[in-house]
Design a protein around this ligand. Sequence first.
Ligand SMILES: Cc1cc2nc3c(=O)[nH]c(=O)nc-3n(C[C@H](O)[C@H](O)[C@H](O)COP(=O)(O)O)c2cc1C
Length: 205
Amino acid sequence: MQVLEQTMTVQEAIKSRHSIRKFIQETMPREELQEILKLVSLAPSAWNLQPWRFHVITDTVLKEKLQEAAYGQQQVTSAPAVIVVASDMEDVLANLMETVHPGLTEERKQEEVANLAALFGSMTVEERAQWALAQTNIALGFLLLTAEGFGYSTVPMLGFDPIKVKELLGLAEHVKLAAMVPIGKKAAEGYPHHRHDLNRIAKFH
Ligand SMILES: Cc1cc2nc3c(=O)[nH]c(=O)nc-3n(C[C@H](O)[C@H](O)[C@H](O)COP(=O)(O)O)c2cc1C
């Protein structure tokens, strides 16, 4: 069942999204957070491995601790919810059968699992964690725009001590964090967009 109303087109969401650091003090229903994350889970990833894992924090005390780990950045406790976007490649590898397409024959599934296990088995835990983090960042982009499309604002954050955040959430050492994302209804505007000219970032060959 859909609980959120789409308020804008993708183009409008891209243009209106700004990092917001002050939020209206109003709880965010779990169903709405779930609906946003369900859409975010449609993000693409290489081999469809979907290494992203979302930790949704609404508990006031835990948010205060996260804020401390984020060097006191006020947006963490200002937001009704904080989504920590994590990447767990070891969990993916321990459950490879989950990621192969259900439409494949049993034999093809086994083959695919063996190929993936061999490929990632030849990398170090750190190398494959970095590889998975690149995939997880795609979901992070989807999250910012999905929230915006439903009238919610966000600020992606990397200004935190990852060891402390992982400790607070009980996450294993190999887990990487793509961002901490406070989310809620905005109580203040963000900064106007300031971006490179297209000629600076794009070349047509
Ligand atoms: C990966 C990432 C990490 C960021 N970390 C922080 C942060 O720790 N604190 C903060 O206030 N903003 C943070 N930002 C927000 C950027 O400052 C912001 O996206 C950029 O200035 C462009 O502004 P806009 O998002 O309003 O378009 C981060 C953004 C990204 C993408």
